[in-house]
Design a protein around this ligand. Structure first.
Ligand SMILES: [Zn+2]
Length: 266
């Protein structure tokens, strides 16, 4: 049985990028671990428990994840301004990358995973914490000797189509159309495409565990609420796949692999 560690920026990122793959691995008897860089809070916690880490625990339980770990950083936010650090912790975007990689590498040495799931170099839609996950994930894998890193991503072409569809349905996404050219990964770089349709109910439970986010007005809340209102069979069709690009692999010449434990040709 294999161990797979999924490295994410914030609680909730695990659900739509890797939730089905993690549930599928767990259902097959593999050990899965989620590591989040940040607790998802912008402000001073002032001794209070980070609410979003608790929600992540509930989400992870729905996905059959064996362990959840946090690297101890604060959310850096996605706006134009990178705010000063809260008094009790450093924002991930301002952390020393080598120190952050060492914190992740310490967990990787304990878990000895066959695969580390990380993010593409664009950090998906460009959130500074997501870009940093790509860099820190890659470095931590080197430090801990994890030989396979798969970047969780989306085929840019599909994402662009989805954005256009949501625009037609008048679901506001507040997108700068120019950013569509650099979102996620071109289809030509995708090495793995995992069929996660059968795990739609678990992903729905995982998504709904992030209560503090869903009740808000963020872009993620808009998308999550739209998805949670779909009947599970429709959700299974809408979120049928999860996509990965293996670091160091040759560009795939045909259909992507459907098992992340199977290495892409180099
Ligand atoms: Zn995030």
């Amino acid at each position: 049985m294999a161990t797979v560690v999924a490295f994410h920026a914030h609680p909730d990122d695990e659900t739509l990028l890797t939730g089905g793959t993690l549930a599928k691995l767990a259902a097959a008897g593999h050990r899965t671990v989620i590591v989040v860089a940040t607790d998802g809070h912008m402000a001073d916690l002032d001794g209070r428990k980070a609410v979003r880490l608790g929600e992540l625990e509930d989400s992870a339980a729905a996905l059959g994840v064996a362990r959840v770990a946090h690297l101890g950083y604060a959310d850096s936010g996605h706006g134009a301004v990178l705010y000063a650090d809260p008094p009790d912790r450093v924002r991930f975007a301002r952390a020393d990358p080598e120190e952050a990689a060492e914190r992740l590498a310490a967990i990787l040495r304990e878990e000895n995973p066959g695969v580390l799931l990380s993010y593409d170099r664009n950090g998906g839609y460009g959130h500074r914490d997501h870009v940093r996950v790509h860099e820190v994930g890659k470095r931590a894998a080197e430090l801990a000797g994890v030989s396979r890193v798969l970047d969780a991503t989306l085929p840019r072409e599909s994402y662009t189509r989805l954005v256009r569809l949501l625009e037609r349905l008048r679901i506001p996404l507040r997108y700068d159309p120019a950013t569509l050219a650099t979102l996620y990964s071109p289809r030509s770089e995708i090495t793995h495409r995992i069929d996660v349709g059968p795990f739609a109910a678990q992903r729905k439970t995982a998504l709904s565990a992030h209560r503090s986010i869903i009740e808000g007005s963020s872009r993620f809340a808009t998308i999550a609420n739209a998805l949670l209102h779909l009947p599970t069979p429709i959700l299974a069709r809408a979120l049928h796949w999860e996509w990965f690009a293996e670091e160091g692999a040759a560009p795939p010449s045909n259909t992507p692999l459907d098992d992340i434990l199977q290495p892409a040709p180099r």
